[in-house]
Write a protein that binds this ligand. Structure first.
Ligand SMILES: Cc1cc2nc3c(=O)[nH]c(=O)nc-3n(C[C@H](O)[C@H](O)[C@H](O)COP(=O)(O)OP(=O)(O)OC[C@H]3O[C@@H](n4cnc5c(N)ncnc54)[C@H](O)[C@@H]3O)c2cc1C
Length: 491
């Protein structure tokens, strides 16, 4: 067996979070080994955010063209998937090749190892025959994979996950989507706009069940207007495939058929086979439990989806900033105070990992390690209309015993919504803590719902008093003026 090689840090999994941590620590002057068994960059650039948003951009262009009738004359639209598949292949993923991403990491001074890594006792990581002893720490950024429900027969069928849906070159004639969450709805709407007959089957009593009920209603109505059939409250009991198509049977006996079946019922952390037991960490958990500096246990940090703190790229990037600062702080103290970076503030900068426009990270200023705070965590479902949300829903706030005030304003009733006309569905809903006089949650649904959300994120993040929000000037006629209307409607 090979002697362990002494390095400063080993990062296992170079997805969004791991690549950011590994690159910034390497730039700060540590010897960093980054291990990745698939593609550097992870799910987001190859099978997640980036290609799915390219699909959505294309599908929205079709929808806008169809809105020309009644607004600007007539337009004939003939959807064609070929340019979308080509763009995903050539621009987003380099045909699922990570050469550029590997070079991006090694260019920062990191050492790249391709393979599946596992912990092998405190401070030790094994990749095949190679063994590394990490002086300053190990970072786990192993991400998630699709969580497939134990439906009778499903495992034996050639069902799709997000990966096959993103890689598709030729669209099926019909598609069953099992799961009415954010990913399911985004992809359902895309395929429907390209002419696929889409049926969404959801076990809960509404789609987008984690969001406000009003958001579920608007999203469901928008998808139905695109021709998507939506069946809620249907628990899938059995799936079969006869070589030509799928049949899904619900517990109530209802049957749904389609050429393809896409399963998007959630994600599950990659924790199995990681050797967590060798460092005294419970391997049976759904996610890694971390503290507010992303510590798992002595000398081990986690970053990204494995922490279960909302499966978003922006969370992985945010956490990466904290991990970088904390690892550098530990390294500085272990080395008797010398700053390993020589600068004491590795602020990172754009990694480009996900076509990034910079990091939200907290820098690597030793001794000033920020603590993770998810109170103002934004989330956006990129359907048309977009569903943006931050903080607590009304129901969550009430369940926590907050003295809740709610205000809602509909986009079509606003000046901009009325002007916009076709495709103007949406609303702004505010959830306030009446005792504190601040917003603790908000939802923004509309043609630019995710963008309108940003002002609401600032309000929740900075606990801006409601009185100050009411004194603000809101540009006329923007979509975000609905925030002012919702403030006025608060009770
Ligand atoms: C269809 C879809 C659309 C999405 N859209 C958005 C969006 O619009 N906005 C958004 O914010 N988020 C979106 N997400 C979520 C986003 O992709 C994830 O939050 C993000 O990729 C998490 O990054 P990560 O670094 O935690 O994990 P991942 O990106 O999953 O990377 C983990 C990496 O670790 C590697 N790995 C695992 N185990 C080992 C091991 N033992 N050894 C070596 N390597 C290992 C894996 O191969 C993988 O490359 C979307 C996801 C999907 C599926």
């Amino acid at each position: 067996m090979a002697d362990p090689e002494l390095v400063d840090v080993v990062v296992i999994g170079l997805g969004v979070g791991g690549e950011e941590v590994a690159g910034r620590l390497a730039e700060a002057g540590l010897t960093v080994v980054g291990v990745e068994r698939e593609l550097v960059g992870g799910e987001c650039p190859y099978w997640g955010c980036v290609p799915s948003k390219m699909m959505i951009r294309a599908a929205n262009a079709i929808a806008e063209a169809r809105r020309v009738d009644g607004l600007a004359g007539t337009a004939e639209v003939r959807p064609d998937w070929a340019p979308v598949a080509k763009r995903i292949r050539e621009e987003a993923t380099d045909t699922w090749d990570d050469t550029v991403a590997v070079e991006r990491f090694t260019g920062k001074g990191g050492r790249f190892v391709r393979g599946s890594a596992r912990l092998d006792g405190p401070g030790r990581v094994r990749v095949g025959e190679q063994v590394f002893q990490a002086r300053h720490g190990i970072v786990l950024g192993t991400g998630t994979r699709p969580s497939v429900p134990p439906v009778d027969g499903l495992a034996e069928t050639p069902y799709w996950t997000n990966r096959q849906a993103i890689e598709v070159e030729e669209l099926p004639e019909s598609l069953l989507v099992l799961g009415g969450g954010a990913i399911g709805l985004e992809l359902a709407q895309v395929f429907a706009r390209f002419g696929v007959r889409v049926t969404v089957v959801e076990a809960l009593d509404r789609v987008l069940a984690v969001e406000e009920p009003e958001a579920s209603e608007v999203a469901a109505a928008a998808l139905r207007a695109d021709g998507v059939e939506i069946h809620t409250g249907v628990r899938a009991e059995r799936v079969s495939h006869d070589g030509r198509g799928f049949t899904l049977r619900g517990a109530d006996g209802a049957e749904f058929t389609a050429e393809r079946l896409l399963v998007v019922t959630g994600r599950r952390a990659h924790l199995d086979g990681l050797g967590l037991d060798t460092v005294g960490v419970d391997a049976g958990r759904r996610y890694l439990a971390v503290d507010d500096r992303l510590h798992v246990t002595e000398g081990i940090w986690a970053v990204g989806d494995v922490t279960g703190e909302g499966a978003f790229t922006h969370v992985a990037m945010y956490q990466a900033g904290i991990v970088v600062a904390d690892v550098l702080d530990h390294a500085r103290r272990a080395d008797g105070g010398a700053d390993p970076s020589g600068t004491a503030s590795a602020t990172g900068g754009a990694s480009g990992a996900v076509g990034a426009s910079g990091t939200t990270g907290s820098g690597g200023s030793a001794g000033a390690v920020p603590r993770a705070d998810y109170r103002a965590l934004p989330r956006v479902t990129f359907t048309d209309p977009e569903v943006g949300a931050v903080g607590l829903t009304e129901r969550q706030a009430r369940e926590r015993g907050v003295n809740v005030q709610v205000g809602l304003a509909r986009v079509p009733s606003s000046a901009r919504g009325w002007i916009h006309k076709a495709g103007n569905e949406g609303f702004v809903k505010l959830v306030a803590d009446a005792d504190q006089g601040v917003l603790i949650g908000a939802t923004s649904v509309g043609p630019a719902g995710g963008e309108v959300l940003s002002g609401l994120v600032v309000a929740v993040h900075a606990a801006v008093p409601l009185a100050r929000l009411r004194q603000m000037i809101y540009a006329y006629p923007t979509f975000h003026r609905a925030i002012e209307d919702a403030l006025r409607n608060m009770s």
